[in-house]
Design a protein around this ligand. Structure first.
Ligand code: ZN
Ligand code: ZN
Length: 337
């Protein structure tokens, strides 16, 4: 512990904008699942495999590392136990059919080079700075994910022509930090805050059944207020916030978003990210591409909601059952029996 205290000045607490390399070694293919695990430099936040961490120490003289090891959870022995029957018509969710991805246990420890002195984590004995720094590294979105997203949006995000001279109404609207709901329906997710009047409305209907009832875009069509930000994507890393421009019909950058948010009483640095941005959704849809899901794309389907219209959430391959149930429960001779 004294050794750690002596090296405390070499430990940094990551800022929200720092890239944290905790998925893969910078110079090899080692990951936390490799035999030696992965060592994250607590000063540069670069990751190194067991064979390269000493090399980094010599070069950088950074002695403090977070050692991350992921080990596959033992498979339950299926021969002497009755097979657990799926209780849900779904794949990869609790109670559903077996998951393809094996599960991993993650362990952490603090390691100090060059002697590879190991200290347990979590531990109340660790200096507060180290505990804070490690917590932030563990919770941070990894550099790999940020990089994937950055390359996905890189050629697309433009600075909105409507941002710098946006007129914000002095209507006294104050937006609370949590507990949002669409002003026109019951949606509590996929909500957009119009940056002109502070109105909170649900997002677009999406062909896969997610999304909202189009109330935000309809509000734009009536008012022509151009910019909205997706609630739940605002955090201290403000660049990650999802701002949409209706006239430009694209995700855009708002260089003075902090100012636009504070107009409605929002302190962006105190908010937590709870929702996926448009870019993250697009990335996920494209990396988990499923042809069956796009058969309605491109068609002008009319969004419907309310009794008899709202369908069941797709649990994965349950759409056929959901559609049959929806038809049956909309059939008068059936409901009246
Ligand atoms: Zn709505
Ligand atoms: Zn299906």
């Amino acid at each position: 512990m004294d050794l750690l205290r002596a090296n405390l000045h070499k430990v940094r607490i990551p800022e929200p904008t720092n890239r944290i390399h905790k998925d893969e070694c910078c110079v090899s293919f080692d990951t936390p699942r490799s035999e030696g695990g992965l060592y994250v430099d607590m000063n540069s936040f670069l990751g190194f495999g067991r064979e390269h961490v000493a090399w980094n120490f010599e070069k950088s003289e950074n002695p403090v590392y977070l050692h991350i090891v992921q080990r596959r959870k033992p498979e339950p022995d299926e021969t002497d136990r009755p097979l657990k029957k799926p209780t849900l018509l779904a794949i990869g969710v609790e109670g559903g059919f077996g998951e393809q991805e094996p599960e991993y246990d993650v362990t952490y420890e603090i390691v100090i080079l060059p002697e590879f002195v190991s200290l347990p984590f979590p531990s109340v004995d660790l200096p507060e700075k180290v505990r804070l720094a490690v917590d932030k590294v563990i919770l941070a979105e990894s550099a790999d994910r940020k990089q994937q997203l950055a390359s996905w949006v890189a050629d697309k995000k433009i600075i909105s022509a409507h941002a710098m001279d946006l007129q914000q109404l002095d209507n006294g609207v104050i937006v609370p930090p949590t507990g949002w709901k669409c002003s026109k329906c019951d949606k509590t997710e996929n909500l957009w805050l119009n940056l002109t009047d502070g109105m909170i409305l649900c997002g677009r209907w999406v062909w896969d059944g997610t999304g909202g009832n189009n109330h935000a875009v309809e509000h734009y069509q009536q008012t022509k207020y151009p910019l909205a930000v997706k609630l739940g994507t605002i955090s201290a890393d403000l660049e990650g916030a999802d701002v949409y421009s209706y006239p430009e019909d694209d995700s855009v950058e708002d260089p003075i978003l902090a100012q636009h948010l504070s107009h409605f009483g929002i302190d962006f640095s105190s908010l937590q990210k709870t929702e996926m941005t448009t870019a993250e959704r697009e990335l996920d849809h494209n990396t988990n591409f499923d042809w069956n899901r796009i058969q309605e794309s491109g068609k002008d389907a009319e969004p419907l909601y309310g009794p008899g219209y709202t369908g069941l959430v797709n649990l994965g391959n349950s759409c056929y059952m959901a559609s049959v149930m929806q038809v049956m429960f909309s059939t008068h001779p059936f409901i009246s029996r």
